[in-house]
Design a protein around this ligand. Structure first.
Ligand code: HEC
Ligand code: HEC
Length: 324
């Protein structure tokens, strides 16, 4: 018996040491690096920044980038401190993506931008954790449009020398960076934008790939599947406890077509008004981080509505934020 206790004590001691060593390893290693491995095609990518692409890119940015990268003080995409991130993430800035070659992305090649937007991996192998979304499902042409827009003379992108101290992710995110979050793989086939005549496919593309509606509207950021969004936990069932910039918890809404707890009895007009103008049909406005998707066309919003109707309805009554 004594022997057994001694053995257990040793085993426990060894386990504690192992855990401590693991924790120290993660603490000092921080967010892991990954090999920068673009294909030769990506490396040689040269996007022709024609006006159609620049216009489309500006639209995508208004749906997907400005929300995090636009700084209200500079009015440009100089980045901001992300006060709307949970405290467990540490102090995080969204970084300067203006044309400035030193402080922004002016010196990045088109291939580097493409690879980063797909995987989050930079040329030096450093990896942006999930505070920066990745776009593994976006059509190639749409990624080209974003790149064309980043090169455009838009005043929002005018070179600016705003700089931030290195992002200081704390233990929680570093830990998840080792066990739960990894860079998505490059798409195996080229991805094309669905035809507007295929309403459901277009709606799925706009909702899952172009606007990442599912990312906020599924229940948990840590249980999402970026390559197969429909496999995410509580896909479109809401209840994800997001924060506004003052630290109030604003759970996302259930936008499946469940009649009692979702949007099953909403009309298309109510849906358009909510998505494009942030109007809450029960009165008032929807709260941040929901934001008005003003640049979506009616065709696109209607397609999202039609698509959401095909998503399995989930019964999930979300206790919604009602303001202070
Ligand atoms: C939810 C917030 C969020 C959204 C949306 C977002 N970003 Fe970011 N972005 C970040 C954060 C945070 C970082 C810093 C990540 C890190 O710590 O490595 C970042 C980093 C970057 C970088 C790397 C900059 C550098 O100097 O290393 C680029 C380029 C970038 N984002 C471009 C974009 C583009 C283009 C879009 C839209 C298609 C976009 N981001 C959407 C939050 C966001
Ligand atoms: C950055 C996170 C985020 C993104 C992206 C987002 N939403 Fe939301 N959405 C929210 C939050 C949070 C709420 C709840 C706001 C509130 O309770 O006032 C909400 C509310 C809604 C509502 C209101 C539902 C109700 O019952 O009141 C609809 C409809 C909606 N979103 C649709 C969409 C669609 C469609 C997209 C993509 C085009 C989208 N959202 C993208 C966070 C987001």
């Amino acid at each position: 018996m004594k022997k057994l206790f001694k053995f257990l004590a040793y085993a426990l001691g060894a386990l504690i040491l192992l855990v401590a060593a693991g924790a120290a390893f993660i603490y000092f290693r921080g967010i892991p690096n990954y090999p920068y491995a673009p294909t030769p095609e990506i490396q040689a990518l040269k996007v022709n920044p024609d006006s159609v692409r620049v216009e489309r890119g500006a639209k995508i940015a208004s749906l997907l980038c400005n929300e995090c990268h636009k700084n209200p003080e500079t009015g440009r995409l100089t980045g901001r401190i992300m006060l709307d991130l949970p405290k467990e993430f540490g102090t995080v800035a969204s970084l300067n993506i203006t044309r400035d070659p030193k402080h922004g992305i002016g010196a990045w090649t088109d291939g580097e931008l493409y690879y980063f937007l797909r995987t989050g991996i930079r040329k030096d192998g450093s990896w942006a954790p999930p505070t920066m979304p990745k776009f593994p499902l976006m059509a190639d042409e749409d990624i080209y449009s974003v790149i064309a827009w980043l090169r455009s003379p838009s005043p929002q992108l005018e070179a600016d020398s705003k700089e931030y101290p290195p992002n200081n992710y704390n233990m929680f995110i570093k830990f998840l960076g080792h066990v739960a979050f990894f860079p998505p793989e490059l798409p195996a086939q080229p991805i094309v934008i669905p035809d507007t005549l295929d309403q459901i496919a277009l709606g799925r593309y706009v909702a899952d790939a172009l606007c990442s509606c599912y990312a906020c509207h599924s229940a948990d950021f840590t249980k999402q599947d970026a390559l197969n969004p429909e496999k995410s936990f509580m896909y479109y069932g809401g209840g994800n406890p997001m924060l506004d910039t003052e630290g109030n918890t604003v759970p996302t809404a259930n936008i499946t077509f469940d009649k009692e707890t979702g949007i099953g009895d909403w009309t298309i007009e109510q849906f358009r008004d909510a998505v494009k103008n942030n109007k809450n049909p029960r009165g008032g406005l929807l709260h941040y981080p929901m934001f008005p998707h003003t640049t979506l066309s009616d065709t696109e919003v209607d397609a999202v509505y039609a698509f959401l109707k095909t998503v399995p309805p989930l019964k999930n009554a979300v206790a919604r934020y009602t303001g202070k």
